[in-house]
Design a protein around this ligand. Sequence first.
Ligand code: GLU
Length: 276
Amino acid sequence: MIITRFAPSPNGLLHLGHAYSAIIAHDLACTAGGRFVLRLEDIDGARSRPELAEAFRQDLAWLGLEWEEVPAQSKRLASYAEAAERLKARGLLYPCQCTRAQIAATNPAIGPEGPIYPGTCKNRTLNQDLPFAWRLDVQRALALTGPLEWIDQIAGPQQAQPQLLGDPVLLRKDEPVSYHLAVTLDDAADGVTLVTRGADLFAASHLHRLLQALLDLPVPQWHHHNLLLDHAGRKLAKRRGSPSLADRRESGEDGQLLAEQLRLQTFPSGISLGKS
Ligand code: GLU
């Protein structure tokens, strides 16, 4: 059975891009008699606003979608810690005390997710007075797993290339876990068979595939859809004037009609679908 998910972070209200993503995930599951789940990715402590969860549910209902809600990430911290301990026990994580500014000062190569960590802390003794994060030693991990493959329903078969992202932080200094570790564990725990999300997270899937191999998790397929863009070709964002779904809903717009238009890729003026 196909299980897809919509996994918004309650850092701000949802906009049209989220609606598009949720509809795609919903329809992929529902037309195949599968399940569509909603998971709140609420572990971004300072930015997370739990009160937005109810607005998200109202938005999905307004669009005419049906879903099952699974536990939010904040309820799953023990599973993240346990998985991280397993990786540490195998010598695959190393502590890192570098700040963003220190990394930027090394003039690092820029990868699909930003600066590629130059490995400064890999063989460095910890300063006991400074906080630290834990990074995955990707080279070491790949030496254990060997080559890995994954399938994107749109882009086709992929060779996993987690090295493109450098050694990622899996346990953050300021928060219990990073997005990458949490999302990989959650998709497995929720039985997700088709990870549906925007193409901006395509590169992250190389790393998620590696984490699945290291943690003995089932391997789903992926469906990275193109993003909706604004008149200037940028990702939609409320701070750049894209109205939220809540604004649209409260102004009396017909959500089911909007959903039908998004399905037909008839977008409101100024909005277009990015190319892959
Ligand atoms: N929580 C992420 C976001 O709101 C999405 C993560 C995912 O779909 O894997 O951007």
